[in-house]
Ligand binder design. Structure first.
Ligand code: AMP
Length: 609
């Protein structure tokens, strides 16, 4: 059985799959010959799932049976409704990926399929994880998650291995915006900096136009058409058409005899909109993308004069104002040799080729960066006061990955036997404003004065964006680790097993309506299987008990020196501690340990100030 690795662009608006054929990336078309398909899913009246053009064309007629632009919700806990059933964004993305897997199976026949899937560089860890899960739900072995601008640069760079230059990739798609600065030198592609907004794209321009059209309609008829779900869908469809037309023409006409009904009579809209009017609507958003460009340049330590090529990626870069702004900033025309719609999928295929080994002799090497800072919650001085919840960065954003960094920390309490390692990503100085990735306890620290025990915390961040954190007590070498991705996947394994069942049922149901069925392989349910093999080696119950008893003695002493309010809190904590010990419940004991550690650190800090 041969091994195939394909590259997939799972876009907000369109998706595509490609692979390396005779040293060149090639798209795998749908059976109807389409190179890219709309990322739109529909559950029809017969319970059959339809993906792509057919689903897209049903959007206006059956908006409650169709889901589009689900990528914008990836990684969130929201659900989307389709044909009266609720789905997670991951499940809907899995449906799109499964459609693409059908094309791959047709091309290569049965057998295991590995995939490299692209995501916006500015996707968070959670959004990346959701994408990986969608791929695995669809039956792919997801080899790597790659940043879209990096993929685009790869598609561009494959034919320019000898050139030395800095390329700025400006990627404005349907739902996300990314800018990356890539250095190419002797076949090595190094991403220097990335910036972006994962909630900004062509969809936003459409909705601004919908609002504009709705305002015109309301002035004319005295009612808001957006309240009628069908009218809203119709306006959205028209808005996208107008937007695309205005990329080529100075004005676009709207002629809709029926938008909705008013007093049982059709109420319509006919008007013209100019490119200028449209530009005024979207300009604040486009200008915000230019702020990101400036930030990326600054992070890379470059100026506009250092950029030899500006590469446009994503359908929304066809808007003339985008070009105009970039020409204004860089003083040169952007590059348009690589197809803006296909560049990401083609680049993903190049990355897949590097992975599978078919490009091993090309001399091409790619390095990527961490798009966010990664760090730990610490206590320390801020604004003249001792505070907890300060974000201490261990791996700064834009660090080239893979990377391993170690920082040294010290115990905050006298006699502190355990240290909580709280892992965050983000850029804010306070952890509460950043995104929490996980936490664990390092126990068995020798008893000593506060600040006298050293703890080394090591962050290892690999090419897939998987973070492993290790904390080690320097004196006795005791250490504890957590792989963030594994930990998070463990938490969501049950939800994934449920999703897998749900999708299986949906396809089985559809198979009854469809002769050309797609098999769902039992062995592909890998999340559940992995979960069974997981073992939790974090902390033994005996150790927990010993630590809690120590803390109890500490709390008792502290109560003697405390005021009434604090004594009350201590009393509550000791009751919780006793209940957890009596119940012998590991989770509750660990929870208590954390609460008391926090409380004691706070108390110590108050005393110090
Ligand atoms: P992508 O996510 O790269 O597939 O880009 C899709 C987005 O590009 C959608 O919002 C499309 O409406 C938009 N788009 C495609 N063609 C044009 C065009 N000619 N002018 C403006 N926007 C376009």
């Amino acid at each position: 059985m041969s091994r195939h690795v394909v590259g997939i662009d799972l876009g907000t608006t369109n998706s595509a799959v490609a692979y390396m054929k005779n040293g060149k990336p090639m798209l795998i078309p749908s059976p109807r010959g389409q190179r890219i398909i709309p990322s739109v899913v529909m559950l029809d009246m017969n319970g059959q799932l339809l993906v792509g053009d057919v689903a897209r064309s049903a959007q206006v007629a059956m908006p409650d049976r169709v889901i589009a632009a689900v990528k914008r919700q990836m990684g969130s806990h929201a659900t989307v409704s389709m044909g009266g059933q609720e789905f997670s964004p991951t499940e809907v993305s899995a449906m799109i990926l499964r459609e693409l897997k059908g094309y791959v199976d047709r091309e290569f026949g049965d057998g295991e399929k590995e995939a490299v899937i692209t995501v916006p560089a500015y996707f968070t860890d959670e959004q990346r994880r959701a994408t990986k899960q969608a791929g695995e739900l669809a039956g792919f072995v997801v080899e790597r998650i790659v940043n879209e601008p990096t993929a685009a640069a790869l598609a561009f760079g494959l034919d320019r291995l000898e050139e030395e230059q800095h390329v700025l990739v400006y990627d404005l798609g349907g739902g996300t915006f990314d800018v990356s600065i890539v250095e190419m030198m002797n076949g090595i592609l190094e991403v220097k900096a990335s910036a972006g907004n994962n909630m900004l794209g062509g969809e936003d321009f459409d909705w601004l136009l919908v609002d504009w059209l709705a305002t015109k309609f309301r002035k004319l008829h005295g009612l808001d058409p957006r309240r009628d779900i069908r009218a809203k869908s119709l306006l959205k469809e028209q808005a996208e058409r107008i937007k695309c037309e205005l990329s080529y023409a100075e004005t676009a006409a709207v002629h809709l005899p029926v938008v909705t009904m008013k007093d049982n009579k059709p109420a319509g809209l006919s008007l013209d909109i100019s490119r200028q009017e449209f530009t005024v609507l979207i300009d604040p958003l486009l200008l915000s993308t230019m702020d990101c460009v400036r930030r990326a340049l600054q992070d890379a330590g470059l100026t506009t004069g250092d950029i030899q090529e500006v590469l446009l990626v994503g359908g929304s870069t066809r808007i003339p104002r985008v070009r105009e702004l970039l020409v204004g900033m860089f003083g040169k025309e952007p590059h348009s040799e690589v197809d803006a719609d296909e560049a990401v999928a083609l680049g993903a295929a190049v990355q897949a080729g590097l992975k599978s080994g078919v490009l091993a002799d090309s001399g091409l090497i790619v390095t990527d960066i961490a798009p966010f800072s990664l760090g730990i919650a610490v206590a320390g001085q801020r604004h003249g006061m001792k505070r907890t919840g300060i974000f201490h960065v261990i791996i700064p954003r834009n660090t080239v990955i893979p990377v391993t960094r170690t920082d040294r920390f010290y115990t905050a309490l006298p006699g502190q036997r355990a240290a909580k390692v709280e892992i965050y990503q983000g850029e804010h100085e306070w952890v509460k404003n950043n995104y929490r990735l996980g936490e664990f306890l390092l126990t068995g620290i020798p008893v000593n004065w506060s600040g006298h025990e050293e703890i080394d915390v090591t962050y290892r961040y690999d090419l897939n964006g998987i973070l492993e954190v290790t904390a080690k007590c320097v004196k006795n070498k005791k250490e504890q680790s957590l792989t963030v991705q594994d930990a998070l996947e463990r938490q969501s394994a049950e939800a994934l097993a449920r999703s897998s069942d749900k999708l299986r049922q949906l396809y089985e149901q559809a198979i009854q309506h469809e002769e050309d069925d797609i098999p769902w392989d039992e062995d592909e349910d890998i999340f559940a299987a992995e979960d069974e093999e997981e073992t939790d080696e974090r902390i033994t119950p005996e150790e927990l008990r010993r630590q809690l008893r120590l803390f109890d003695a500490k709390l008792e002493k502290l109560a003697l020196m405390s005021d009434k309010e604090e004594r009350k809190t201590i009393g509550q904590l000791r009751r919780k501690l006793k209940d957890a010990l009596d119940a012998g419940d590991g989770d509750r004991m660990a929870q208590c340990l954390e609460m008391i550690t926090d409380f004691l650190i706070e108390a110590q800090l108050r005393e110090d100030t």
